[in-house]
Design a protein around this ligand. Structure first.
Ligand code: SAH
Length: 236
């Protein structure tokens, strides 16, 4: 089973995720994620792996499952969104049954804190170039900006490449106004949560790190009090 722990707090685990973890004999995951659920792991075998050890983590999990254990691989957010679901299916190659159990992804958690920025078409882009070539990402950022999508940026400050967010902003500014609302949410639903609503012009004067999701509006997105809203298009 590949399970999504959601953004971090227990209230955002779905009952299906809780049941899956409870039913597992072995829980496999990056140690930060295992640290979120110590009470659920008391009677279980734990396999804590380093941050970038995804392939090794997947192989270990599949071997344990092939040996007859019930294994839960935990990912943050939704395991099918920049999580472990893909690599587990690729490694398992049909040798063991795989079940993917969804979780609340960072885009949903951050959007909820900001109000309603994702009410119209949006594109999710990860600024980490560990697995996707930077040239491809530049093309995708530009295409989403040309299409006036609301843009959700995951991994906004890539390891060792702190300038990606600056480059992404420059590309977006070719097609979006500097007044475009931008929401920056750190540790959404994990805490202590920090939320800032700023503009594309000003966004870099705020701290953006790997625990942050950035949402850039479309041409209709506006600020209403403490909220960022992208109109769905209803006539009021
Ligand atoms: N599978 C995860 C995403 C993993 S990529 C999911 O579905 O949410 C890791 C990125 O997700 C982080 O760099 C950050 O941009 C975002 N993220 C994850 N949890 C977050 C949280 N609680 N608050 C804000 N952003 C978060």
């Amino acid at each position: 089973m590949v399970v999504g722990l959601g953004p971090g707090n227990r209230e955002n685990f779905t009952p299906e995720v809780l049941a899956a973890i409870k039913s597992a004999q072995v829980v496999v995951g990056y140690h930060t994620y295992l640290d979120l659920i110590p009470d659920l792991l008391q009677d279980k075998e734990k396999v804590a792996t380093p941050m970038r050890g995804e392939v090794e983590r997947a192989r270990q999990a599949v071997e344990l499952a092939a040996a007859g254990k019930t294994v839960a691989v935990v990912s943050s957010g939704d395991p099918g969104i920049y999580g472990m679901a893909g690599i587990i299916i690729e490694v398992a190659q049909g040798r063991v049954p795989v079940r993917v159990i969804p979780g609340i992804t960072a885009a949903s958690a951050a959007a909820a804190s900001l109000g309603a920025p994702l009410m119209n078409d949006f594109a999710v882009i990860s600024l980490s170039d560990l697995l996707t070539p930077w040239e491809t990402m530049l093309k995708r950022i530009e295409a989403a900006a040309v299409g006036d999508f609301v843009m959700v940026l995951y991994n906004p400050r890539s390891y060792g490449r702190p300038d990606h967010i600056k480059t992404a902003r420059e590309i977006m500014l070719r097609y979006k106004s500097p007044e475009t609302p931008v929401g920056i949410v750190r540790q959404a639903r994990r805490g202590p949560e920090e939320k800032i609503i700023t503009t594309l012009g000003d966004m870099l004067s705020h701290e953006i790190d790997m625990l942050t999701t950035v949402i850039v509006g479309n041409a209709q997105t506006r600020v209403e009090g403490d909220f960022m809203v992208t109109p769905r298009g209803y006539r009021l």
